[in-house]
Ligand binder design. Structure first.
Ligand SMILES: [Zn+2]
Length: 167
């Protein structure tokens, strides 16, 4: 998958969770800064080992189970700098963003998840590269839509809370 999907899939997940929370009268979990950090963790495996070929991905240490273990302290740190909102939720979302990256790559060519110990590859081309740009476009649109929707949902939540206070 391309970088747009890796960055925006977890952001859409975070915005969807916050949308559901706000609709049910609760505060959102993720700050704007937190969502940017989540997007960063979504592309982190490719930033750590930029590559074009599938063979290069298979030799990448940032597309492995070991990488997901190694980033846990950095996810905790990311949760702390995320600002207002759910710090633990942001830390978990950062880890999930990197895990989603590996999952997306697994279904779009595969990953050698046990490198450097074993060359075993899991996954395959369930999603052909010709569709990757379509996924990027979809997640760009979905992010744009959810970002525009959130203030409206938040306004409705605040109005509902005030009308409850007044009664
Ligand atoms: Zn990747």
């Amino acid at each position: 998958m391309f970088i747009g999907t890796h960055a925006l899939l977890p952001v859409c997940g975070g915005l969807a969770v916050d949308g559901l929370r706000v609709v049910t009268g609760r505060e959102p979990l993720f700050s704007a800064r937190g969502l940017w950090i989540i997007a960063f963790f979504g592309v982190l495996p490719d930033l750590c080992s930029p590559h074009l070929s599938l063979e290069a991905r298979f030799s990448s240490l940032s597309h492995t189970l070991g990488f997901l273990v190694a980033i846990v302290p950095f996810c905790a740190l990311a949760g702390m700098v995320a600002g207002q909102g759910g710090r633990l939720a942001t830390a978990i979302a950062c880890w999930a963003a990197a895990a989603l990256h590996l999952g997306a790559d697994a279904i779009s060519g595969g990953i050698a998840w046990l490198q450097p110990w074993k060359p075993d590859v899991i996954g395959s081309y369930l999603i052909h590269p010709r569709y990757w740009i379509g996924f990027d476009a979809f997640f760009m649109f979905a992010t744009w839509f959810l970002v525009r929707l959130m203030p409206r949902l938040e306004a409705r939540r605040i109005l509902a809370a005030h009308s409850l206070d007044a009664s």
